[in-house]
Every structure is written in structure tokens, then in C-alpha cells.
Write a protein that binds this ligand. Structure first.
Ligand SMILES: Cc1ncc(COP(=O)(O)O)c(C=O)c1O
Length: 413
């Protein structure tokens, strides 16, 4: 498989030209990216065929619209009402003209959801991670981060002035050792950074044990719960709620782009931390606020979290059923979240092209999102998928694996 790579020895014109050629060649073969969707996001979508220009129906397993809010009638109604009342946008950042009543109210609701005193909005989850990591840790501090953390956490940690140290994925013993080593550097603060649900595998962090290891060390625990918020815990508050450790998390980060199906991010923490970020977190105060209609979609989503808990139940039933169906065709995987990984370290683009041609939309994940040799499909399940949808996904995958002679099980995974 050709890795899409730019030759950094070339100057900017040559490099971009060379990259355009590589990309065009791979798109001619079987690289499938940036498909143009011409309908609302839902369990079934219309996708424009790149060759014919015609729209055709595809079964959607590639969207983090886990609870089906993206096209939920109540969400749409609330967005329409917001448009009439608040207009289309506000043209500025939060410290100036960018805080309307719905924004302030959303901050209060998010802090309550996360059992924190206060919360701050960002226009993306990516920005929220860059935002806190470049504002809180300082020179001489240590950031101890799980090696499988999302790119936004790596980018934030690399931009921060503190030293970045990674520990083995969800390995509490390694965390304990690195925590001990970090203390010998005599930092002012040690930040332990983990995700609730890891975005590429759907596995959960052992938050109870992580919290235990950190207890008494004074470490500051930051949790990115992009994929747990809305789907885990008795009220959907997320992974910390599931483990009963909300009070031990110092900084709860989340996105509005997954279960809440719109966009934006947030940080919830003590009132003092949030106030500090309001003035020191540059992606927050140097970037325009989200339009009120997006905020309305998020309020509507939070209403639905309370009113329609059965969506969460259906989602988890769907995941369990899909894992069973996959097991029956020799694909052994698992998940406690809405993300079901299917490892295809050889030939993923060919299988992906077959899935696309058969009308099933799933995302093939390659480097740099995952290390080379660990390519996978990242199936996003929603509560709205039917049993027939799940069966069709698995039958199509079975046929594609067969046709491409791709092995079903990856030893050691
Ligand atoms: C774990 C994690 N953190 C942060 C982000 C960034 O969030 P957003 O896409 O809302 O900017 C993502 C998005 O994929 C994610 O998976």
C-alpha cells in the first residue's frame, strides 16, 4: 500500500506538485477519501458517485452520530427556532461579542453534566485540547500521556512548554513507574492525560485504577471523553460517570461532534481553572464563538440525553449484536463503546473500495491516525441501525474479505 507522503526535501511548489501526483494516482486506484454526502447525516445517506456524478444510497457506518441526533426532528426544530430568535452568527470571539445567553446556558449545562463547577466552550474539540495544554502546563512540568491519545492531545502537548512523556496504552504499572520517574525531575506539576474511550479502538481507559495510582501523588488528571460523553454512564455523562470517579478528574474535556452530532468542544473544571483558561487559552478567546444555531442543536441534544435514554440502550444492544455477527464470520473484535475496530493490516484499501461499491460506508483508518501495520476499519454504530443494517454490513465485509483473500484474524491483536 502506497503511503501518502510528501518529500520534505523539495521546496513548497515542487513538494505540493509531487504530492498532488501521488494523491491523484492513489485516488485512481482504490483510495477512498472525502466522499461527498448530499443528504442529512443518518443511518442511510446519499453519496455522490465521483465517476458518474449521480447520488446513490449508502448505509452509513462512518459517522460518530452515535445517538442519531444529527437528523432528529426535535434537534432540527430547535435549530430552526434558534435561527429565528438569534440569527445566523455573532461575528466575534467569546471575550468580546461572542457570548450570547444560549452560550452561557450551555456552559452551565455542560458543567452540571460533568459534575464540575464551570465549563468553557471552544469551536472544536481539537481546539479545546490545544487550548488547555498550551495554557496550563508550564516549563519544567511533565505531561504523562497514554501513548494512544488522539492527535489533538499530542499536538497540544508538543506545543506546550512542558516535557512530554508517554506511557504504555492503559498500562497502570507503566504509569506508576513513569509517575515515580517524573517526580525525580521535581516538576511543579505532573499532568496525567488519558481518554475515556480510545478513538481508534473503542476500548475504555481503566479509570478506576488510573485514579488510584495517581491518588496522593498530587498529579493533575485530565480526561478527554470525546467518545464517552453521551453514551456511557447511567445518565450518559461519560466514562468517569461509568467508573464513579467524576470527582477525581481535574479537567474533563469533551467534544460536541460525536454523540451530540454537531461541533465544538468544551473543558469543564473548577471555577478557577475555567476562569484562568478564559483569559489564557488562546484557541478559546482568539477564535469566533460557535453560531447560536449550533448551540441550539447542543441544547437539544442534552435535552434528548435526559428524555430518550432508550437510545443509549439501543446503541449498546446494536454494538453487542454486531460483535456477535462479526465473530460468526471469524472477525474477533469487541467494544464497550460505539466504536468497533476491525483490523485489516493488509489490503485495507481494496476491501474498502469493495465496501464502497457495495453501498456500505465505513472508514478505513491508515497512518498517521494509526501506526503503519495497524490499519483498521473503524465502524461507528448508532442507535438507529437496524438488525438488517448490521447483517448487511457483515455480509458485505465477509464477501469483500473473501474476494480480496484478506486474513480474518490478526495474531496478537
Ligand atoms: C479523542 C478525541 N479528542 C478530540 C477530538 C477532536 O474533536 P473535534 O473533531 O470535535 O475537533 C477527537 C476527534 O476525533 C477525538 O477522537
Amino acid at each position: 500500500m502506497q503511503r501518502l507522503q510528501a518529500d520534505l526535501r523539495l521546496n513548497v511548489r515542487q513538494r505540493t506538485e509531487q504530492y498532488a501526483e501521488v494523491l491523484a494516482r492513489e485516488l485512481q486506484r482504490d483510495l477512498i477519501v472525502a466522499r461527498e454526502i448530499v443528504s442529512p447525516m443518518d443511518r442511510e445517506v446519499l453519496v455522490r458517485d465521483a465517476r458518474t456524478g449521480e447520488a446513490r444510497s449508502m448505509l452509513m457506518f462512518g459517522s460518530n452520530n452515535y445517538l442519531g441526533y444529527a437528523n432528529h426532528p426535535y434537534v432540527l426544530e430547535q435549530v430552526r427556532e434558534s435561527l429565528d430568535r438569534w440569527g445566523a452568527g455573532l461575528g466575534g470571539p467569546p471575550l468580546l461579542n461572542g457570548t450570547m445567553e444560549p452560550h452561557a446556558a450551555l456552559q452551565r449545562r455542560v458543567s452540571a453534566l460533568k459534575s464540575k463547577e464551570a465549563a468553557l466552550l471552544y469551536s472544536s474539540g481539537y481546539g479545546a485540547n490545544i487550548g488547555w495544554l498550551t495554557a496550563l502546563p508550564h516549563r519544567g512540568d511533565v505531561i504523562l500521556m497514554d501513548e494512544r491519545c488522539h492527535a489533538s492531545l499530542y499536538d497540544g502537548a508538543r506545543a506546550a512548554k512542558a516535557r512530554l512523556v508517554t506511557f504504555r496504552h492503559s498500562c497502570v504499572d507503566d504509569l506508576r513507574t513513569k509517575l515515580r520517574d517524573a517526580r525525580t525531575l521535581k516538576p511543579t506539576d505532573i499532568y496525567v492525560v488519558v481518554e475515556g474511550v480510545y478513538s481508534m479502538d473503542g476500548d475504555l481507559a481503566p479509570l478506576d485504577r488510573i485514579v488510584e495510582v495517581c491518588r496522593g501523588s498530587g498529579a493533575f488528571i485530565a480526561l478527554d471523553d470525546a467518545h464517552g460523553t453521551g453514551i456511557l454512564g447511567p445518565t450518559g455523562a461519560g466514562t468517569a460517570e461509568l467508573f464513579g470517579v467524576e470527582n477525581e478528574i481535574d479537567l474533563a474535556m469533551g467534544t460536541f461532534s460525536k454523540a451530540l452530532a454537531a461541533s465544538g468542544g468544551f473543558i469543564a473544571a473548577t471555577r478557577q481553572i475555567v476562569e484562568y483558561l478564559r483569559f489564557f487559552s488562546r484557541p478559546h478567546f482568539f477564535s469566533a464563538s460557535m453560531p447560536p444555531m449550533v448551540i441550539a442543536a447542543l441544547h437539544a441534544g442534552l435535552d434528548l440525553l435526559e428524555r430518550e435514554p432508550q437510545r443509549r440502550v439501543r446503541l449498546h444492544e446494536n454494538v453487542r449484536h454486531l460483535v456477535e455477527l462479526l465473530g460468526a464470520i471469524g472477525v474477533h473484535t469487541g467494544s464497550q463503546s460505539a466504536i468497533v475496530p476491525i483490523y485489516v493490516p493488509q489490503g485495507i484499501r481494496k476491501v474498502s473500495a469493495r465496501m464502497h461499491n457495495a453501498g456500505v460506508f465505513i472508514n478505513a483508518i491508515e497512518y498517521p491516525a494509526v501506526p503503519e501495520g495497524q490499519e483498521r476499519f473503524r465502524v461507528s454504530v448508532t442507535c438507529d441501525h437496524t438488525r438488517d443494517d448490521l447483517r448487511r454490513l457483515v455480509e458485505t465485509l465477509d464477501g469483500a474479505f473473501e474476494a480480496e483473500q484478506v486474513p480474518r484474524e490478526v495474531p496478537g491483536k
